[in-house]
Design a binder for this molecule. Sequence first.
Ligand SMILES: Nc1ncnc2c1ncn2[C@@H]1O[C@H](COP(=O)(O)OP(=O)(O)OP(=O)(O)O)[C@@H](O)[C@H]1O
Ligand SMILES: [Mg+2]
Length: 267
Amino acid sequence: MSEQLDAYRVAQQPYYRPVADEVELFEAAYSVRMPMMLKGPTGCGKTRFVEHMAWKLNKPLITVACNEDMTASDLVGRFLLDANGTRWQDGPLATAARHGAICYLDEVVEARQDTTVVIHPLTDNRRVLPLEKKGELVKAHPDFQIVISYNPGYQSLMKDLKQSTKQRFGGLDFNYPEHAVEAEIVAHETGVSADVAGKLVGIAERARNLKGHGLDEGISTRMLIYAGSLIAQGVAAQAACRVALVRPITDDPDMRDALDAAVATFF
Ligand SMILES: Nc1ncnc2c1ncn2[C@@H]1O[C@H](COP(=O)(O)OP(=O)(O)OP(=O)(O)O)[C@@H](O)[C@H]1O
Ligand SMILES: [Mg+2]
């Protein structure tokens, strides 16, 4: 592994509790360097999964948070001015391709489509990245793989991936795990008891049933971990749930009352 990528090594094993066969499927996909798309709601474990897989495969991980102001140069690289004139600086995608990292483009639909297309020659059998401004064609390192995350449901017609982008990827679906597994994750991450973790998951399940009936999104595993962390700090359970679960997801007074009432049936 190249020393350019030392900073991107995942030093310690990130805790990841497999939910189905996603670890084996990802390993198989990596072995043929298939570009992968992780789909699922916010806070359900996509980022943790890719960190875990990078660690397991012993590959550095370069993460890029995509946004609509991002340009192709932000990914590929640009000439910078310094005291000695101009010098080329690889962007994160070029660094990953050149030296052999897993490049994780988080929330890729946020990027404009003219930005996203720069990944096309890397995600078909060419496996190259043209640096047009520099006049160089980077051949991807054999270890290089590209992974994107995608939150289905947030897309509008304007914000979606082109079919020509989607069809370059294999897809893995993520979702909130079933009750016992999610409680195990919450207990592990926060140190609360299995009983408290189970109650937090119960509250989340009630809220998830309200998705589309007044809530845009259910309570995520991430939110449960926040609530559990507050409880582990000694905050009373009802107050912790108000702060970490109820207030952030809705401003609607009736919905807040309904969720507070759900909390009260558990704690
Ligand atoms: N299967 C799992 N094993 C271990 N931890 C998990 C798992 N699923 C979720 N988590 C926990 O939930 C938290 C949130 O997950 P993560 O940050 O990976 O969400 P995400 O899907 O990337 O969300 P977003 O789309 O908002 O980026 C993690 O920090 C981790 O503590
Ligand atoms: Mg994430």
